[in-house]
Design a protein around this ligand. Structure first.
Ligand code: 5GP
Length: 193
């Protein structure tokens, strides 16, 4: 389907829920989506590249970005700052792309207030037990961090009802197809206006 207008999609999911994999799979079937690259004060994980996965910043650099108005939204998560640079989003929308902000619930709520017509999708794990299993299997964080992420996940899932769409990531292919259909429906609705 041809996309004639830029569109903003907020995708939230507890950490370990597979949101990056879901986005990667979606990208294989659509050429009109881009992901905003966030800034963060979190340390890079193995294999993460500055400017690709995140813009890795010191605390001072991040605060400077806030003060300079360079962030569309930002939030604290697991004792680190995360924020969406305005510039990348503006460019993506100007290029007529569907721009994905893959962000946690606090930042998502700020975007919902600022941009009420954005598309909001919450991705859930099949269960908290399954999420815990996935986080331990990933083994990128220590036990304390994993338990922090589980607590954050429980809190985030309580807020899932404020999102327009709730999708469970159980079978990856089904999840990707569901989101693809959501995007097509939303594009069709906008192009009809
Ligand atoms: P992680 O450390 O696992 O990469 O990300 C932790 C959480 O921060 C995830 O829920 C992720 O979606 C969220 N996050 C990543 N970038 C941003 C951002 O720019 N703004 C906000 N508010 N959250 C973000």
């Amino acid at each position: 389907m041809e996309n004639k207008c830029g569109m903003l999609v907020v995708l939230s999911a507890p950490s370990g829920c597979g949101k990056d994999t879901v986005f990667k799979e979606l990208k294989k079937i659509r050429n009109d989506i881009v992901e905003s690259v966030s800034a963060t004060t979190r340390k890079p994980r193995e294999g993460e590249v500055n400017g690709v996965n995140y813009y890795f910043k010191t605390n001072d650099e991040f605060v400077q970005m806030i003060n300079d108005g360079k962030l569309l939204e930002y939030a604290r998560y697991n004792n680190c700052y995360y924020g969406t640079p305005v510039e990348g989003v503006e460019k993506a929308i100007a290029d007529g792309k569907i721009c994905f902000l893959i962000i946690e619930v606090e930042g998502a709520q700020n975007i919902m207030k600022m941009i009420p017509d954005c598309i909001t999708i919450f991705l859930s794990p099949p269960s908290i037990d399954e999420l815990r299993r996935r986080l331990y299997k990933r083994s990128t964080d220590n036990d304390e961090e994993i338990e922090n992420r589980i607590r954050a996940a429980e809190y985030e899932m309580e807020l899932s009802s404020i999102y327009k769409y709730n999708v469970v990531n159980d079978v990856l292919e089904d999840c990707v197809n569901t989101i693809n259909n959501i995007l097509n429906d939303e594009l069709a609705a906008r192009n009809d206006k």
